[in-house]
Design a protein around this ligand. Structure first.
Ligand SMILES: [Zn+2]
Length: 308
């Protein structure tokens, strides 16, 4: 029975739950708690998938054999198949994660070298000093935009802006944008994003994590916007987003930036109760299935394989 519950749970956490959560608007008020909830959904989905792989062969053994026959070769086959299925999931996920991490770091190192090479040194000084651990790079460019490139462990990350950004934004808006990018670097938002990208690549069909990946990416932007709001005010952060949107290149990206701007102008800030409720839901997602399904199943399954 545990394998049926765990399979059902894995499917629900892979399909309907991400679809609902991606459409929810309340998450915009509490982006940090919402990201933790997304992480809990992902962890619970993977644990449920691994758990159902472990429990299914034992469930089949119960259905197909009498209690006295659940020893010897059938038991060895059931345990072997369970271990194989579960390790396939884990190895696939870890393999994708490691490959993605290596490729991302190689690409990022090249990117850092490139912006260091192309940066206009005289304009770096015009912006003033940045928080330690980050370096500003100003590139030639007629379109205002900003992004960051994380550094290697213990090395400086880069905050990259175009010359048009310096020309278009007022000093407060520019400072808010830099605070936004520094928040990405300081809180290692790239690692959160990498985890969801890996999940998306590892389970393209079964776990529909495209929604998860995109929703988490947007929530991370909102979290960084909130850092800019805290240090330089709502007007500066919203003004900067307005400037980016009105000169942006892609319609989709513009819609997202305008939505973030409107969120700030509507003064959306999360209530403490909503944040606490979201954190509790995240904990419950991982703990409740473990206590109600996995522990009772272990109580029945371990004696079958001779563990008491
Ligand atoms: Zn950002």
């Amino acid at each position: 029975m545990a394998s049926v519950w765990l399979t059902g749970l894995a499917l629900v956490l892979a399909g309907p739950v991400p679809a609902l959560l991606a459409r929810a608007r309340w998450t915009r008020a509490v982006p940090r708690a919402a990201i933790v909830l997304w992480q809990a959904v992902a962890v619970a989905a993977v644990l449920a998938a691994v758990g159902s792989a472990l429990a299914a062969p034992e469930a089949l053994l119960r259905v197909l054999t009498h209690p006295q026959d659940r020893t010897g070769v059938p038991l060895v086959i059931a345990v072997g198949v369970a271990a194989l299925l579960a390790s396939l999931i884990v190895v696939r996920l870890l393999g994708v994660l490691v490959l993605l991490a290596v490729r991302t770091r190689v690409r990022r190192a090249r990117h850092r070298d490139m912006v260091d090479l192309l940066a206009r040194a005289e304009q770096n000084l015009a912006v003033g000093s940045l928080r330690s651990g980050t370096v500003l790079r100003v590139l030639d460019g007629a379109v205002p935009f900003a992004y960051c490139v994380p550094g290697r462990v213990g090395r400086e990350g880069r905050v990259v802006v175009t010359g048009a950004t310096l020309d278009t934004l007022c000093p407060d808006e520019l400072s808010a944008v830099i605070a936004h990018e520094q928040a990405h670097l300081a809180a290692r938002h790239d690692l959160v994003r990498e985890g969801f990208t890996a999940l998306h690549q590892a389970f393209p069909v079964v776990v529909r994590s495209r929604e998860a990946r995109d929703a988490v990416a947007l929530l991370l932007e909102m979290l960084a916007d909130d850092a800019g709001r805290r240090t330089h005010g709502d007007t500066a952060m919203a003004g900067a987003l307005d400037a980016f949107a009105s000169s942006g290149a892609s319609v989709d990206a513009n819609d997202e930036v305008l939505m973030r701007r409107d969120r700030i102008r509507a003064h959306v800030r999360g209530g403490r109760a909503l944040a606490v409720g979201t954190y509790l839901a995240a904990v419950a997602l991982v703990v409740v299935p473990t206590v109600t399904i996995v522990i009772p199943w272990l109580g029945e399954a371990l004696p079958v394989v001779g563990v008491r």
